[in-house]
Design a protein around this ligand. Structure first.
Ligand SMILES: Cc1cc2nc3c(=O)[nH]c(=O)nc-3n(C[C@H](O)[C@H](O)[C@H](O)COP(=O)(O)OP(=O)(O)OC[C@H]3O[C@@H](n4cnc5c(N)ncnc54)[C@H](O)[C@@H]3O)c2cc1C
Length: 516
């Protein structure tokens, strides 16, 4: 029994059903996919945006091949563009996906020499070497920390794993903008200073750089719903039963000698209880504890910290730097993400204030994949904003008021680099309303039952087992165990489950198969 039909629940179901097991997936919403879905967010318009998650990197190609997923992931032509206003003069840092002379020239124009670009090349070569060591382990039982450490350059291990990432960024780079571009990967959905001694920012950084050994973030053609749709089909074709509109209210781990029991309510209000050998929890570990009968514990509740805004535009805005919008917006366009701005925004938010300068990034899906637009006037484009350092607590007292301020500041962070205000380019929906949909952590929690709106169900763990971890059972070996033998984690909150990766689902399925 799989509690939750997010993409990870579907991955578990597909692997287990293909292995001949009888699988029941229970999803509370009227559709599967969780945070990996497409939606027609604007009434009267056909465009289907990736409503929450939008890019794919961490999902192994091997997993996609195992499940014969008919999904295309397209490369973006630009890796990133960071508009700048130095001394009031518009400029920018352009990083091509395949870095060539234009990237070197852009670093030179911004920083005055080749030093920063050489440091950039060296840093990412070091990280890529580490990615090539870690990535192949992701579809295997957890490697031991010691095994991996011995395979990685000691300096890289120190920079990425043992010392706060800010130290390496400050030592290796001098330019504030370059430092910030490097650092943002550590802060996606992760509320931390770059010097945080918990190293949660380092773990976030590592996951953003290891996907398939390259760390490239690609565009799912057809939107995120295409990924989930393919997984749904893979599970059903293999024989899994998927019930939507099925909210699980309780999980019992002690139902009989070996097995679990799940109580759920169907769309017609009827209550059902089913028993089975294993319960796989696609819900967050914090939610699972409540389903298992423990009291809600506010002290351990995860807290999300992102602002997601989906726009539909009549046209892409022109940039003051003169760069072609189709180049600048096709990659990750960084806003307010200089290193000092990131740290200032963290300090603001930690003191309970919406950051004065909102750090965030925008990207245009439809430049790489126009198929999601549908029949719309020429020039129409999607724009996705993902903001950092907006913890849920900022919105508790006045959700709508604080959200309005955060959205205004997000738009202002882009407007200062534009020839024409962003809002003058925003399309109108069938009701005449502006096509802008904003989601704070509270919205994500309400929509998706991700506790605190935390995009990874909780802070990320290292993708290996600590030197002295107990690895007696298959569930422990795969990093999906709970306190109950019959109940396994199969979602983002399992040890290596964060992001649209399918890893949580894959690992739980393999732990089950190794147990029977
Ligand atoms: C705004 C946003 C942007 C993101 N951007 C990216 C990105 O670009 N790339 C990336 O890789 N990752 C991104 N992420 C993170 C990524 O989407 C998640 O880590 C991933 O989707 C989690 O998948 P999952 O299947 O483990 O869980 P979920 O997607 O959370 O699915 C869990 C499912 O369980 C269901 N459920 C919950 N409670 C119950 C219950 N009681 N009974 C029955 N069903 C229940 C939910 O409805 C949901 O369908 C983003 C997340 C968010 C929110």
């Amino acid at each position: 029994m799989v509690v939750g039909g997010g993409h990870n629940g579907l991955v578990s179901a597909a692997y287990l059903a293909r292995a001949g097991l009888s699988v029941l997936v229970l999803e509370r919403l009227d559709h599967t996919g969780g945070a990996a879905v497409s939606a027609a967010a604007f009434p009267g318009l056909p465009t289907r945006l990736s409503r929450y998650s939008y890019l794919v990197s961490v999902m192994p190609e091997q997993l996609m091949a195992d499940l014969q997923l008919d999904v295309t992931l397209s490369s973006r032509r630009t890796a990133s563009y960071t508009p700048t206003l130095r001394g009031g003069v518009p400029g920018g840092l352009m990083v091509e996906r395949n870095e060539r002379d234009a990237t070197r020239q852009s670093f030179r124009d911004l920083t005055g020499s080749d030093t920063e670009y050489d440091a950039w090349r060296e840093f990412y070569a070091d990280v890529a070497e580490m990615a090539r060591v870690v990535a192949p382990t992701l579809l295997q039982p957890l490697p031991n920390e010691r095994e991996l450490r011995d395979l990685v350059d000691p300096g890289t291990w120190r920079d990425v794993v043992t010392r706060p990432l800010g130290e390496a960024v400050e030592r290796r780079f001098a330019d504030d903008t370059v430092r910030g571009v490097v650092a943002t990967d550590a802060l996606i959905g992760t509320f931390a200073s770059l010097d945080d001694p918990s190293l949660v920012q380092n773990r976030c950084f590592l996951y953003h750089l290891i996907g398939n050994g390259t760390g490239e973030w690609r565009v799912p053609v057809g939107g995120m719903g295409a990924v989930t749709g393919a997984l749904h089909r893979a599970a059903v074709d293999a024989g899994a039963t998927i019930v939507t509109g099925a909210g699980v209210s309780a999980v019992r781990a002690d139902a009989g000698s070996d097995g679990g029991e799940v109580t759920w309510t169907s769309a017609d209000g009827a209550s059902h209880t089913v028993a089975g050998r294993f319960v796989l929890a696609n819900v967050a570990p914090w939610v699972l504890r409540i389903l298992l009968g423990e009291p809600e514990d506010p002290a351990t509740k995860p807290e999300g910290s992102q602002l997601k805004i989906n726009f539909l535009l009549d046209r892409l805005p022109r940039l003051r730097s003169g760069v072609d919008p189709a180049t600048a917006f096709s990659g990750t366009l960084h806003l307010g993400e200089d290193y000092t701005q990131l740290e200032a925004a963290y300090a603001d938010a930690a003191a309970g204030r919406v950051p004065t300068v909102m750090p965030g990034e925008v990207y245009c899906h439809s430049l790489t994949d126009p198929s999601i637009l549908g029949d719309v006037p020429p020039g129409t484009h999607t724009l996705t904003y993902f903001g950092l350092h907006t913890p849920a607590s900022l919105f508790d007292a006045d959700p709508e008021g604080a959200k309005r301020v955060a959205v205004e500041r997000a738009i202002a962070s882009l407007d200062q680099h534009l020839e024409e205000p962003l809002m003058s380019c925003v399309a109108r929906d069938g009701n005449g309303d502006l096509c802008l949909e904003a989601k704070i952590p509270q919205d994500v929690e309400r929509d998706l039952a991700m506790p605190g709106g935390h995009i990874f169900h909780g802070d990320l763990d290292w993708p290996w087992s600590p030197a002295r971890a107990r690895l007696d059972t298959p569930a422990q070996q795969w990093g999906v165990h709970t306190d109950h033998d019959a109940v396994l984690l199969c979602g983002s909150g399992s040890r290596r489950g964060g992001a649209v990766s399918g890893l949580g689902g894959h690992h739980a399925a393999h732990a089950v198969l190794a147990s029977i």
